[in-house]
Design a protein. Structure first.
Length: 79
């Protein structure tokens, strides 16, 4: 928070990109994210991944772009 350039944080609705082109949904999600989170940390260490879920009961789909700041990677084991 100390590094955040945003001093007045507006309320931002979460975007669900179903029916939108992925590129447009990703750009809009990132734009909304920057309305509340804008710092050197965001500039260098945050990104987004695409999430696509389908309900097995009704078939409704949810497509979202989620911001991440850490990512877990498996380490290779010596053989």
């Amino acid at each position: 928070e100390d590094c955040n350039r945003v001093k007045s944080k507006p309320y931002v609705e979460e975007l669900e990109g179903f029916g939108m082109e992925d590129e447009k949904a990703a750009i809009e999600t990132w734009r909304k994210h920057l309305l509340r989170h804008d710092s050197v940390i965001v500039d260098h260490f945050q990104g987004m991944h695409r999430s696509h879920l389908t309900c097995p009961s009704c078939g409704r789909e949810s497509i979202k772009f989620d911001v991440y700041s850490t990512i877990s990677l498996p380490l290779a084991q010596d053989k």
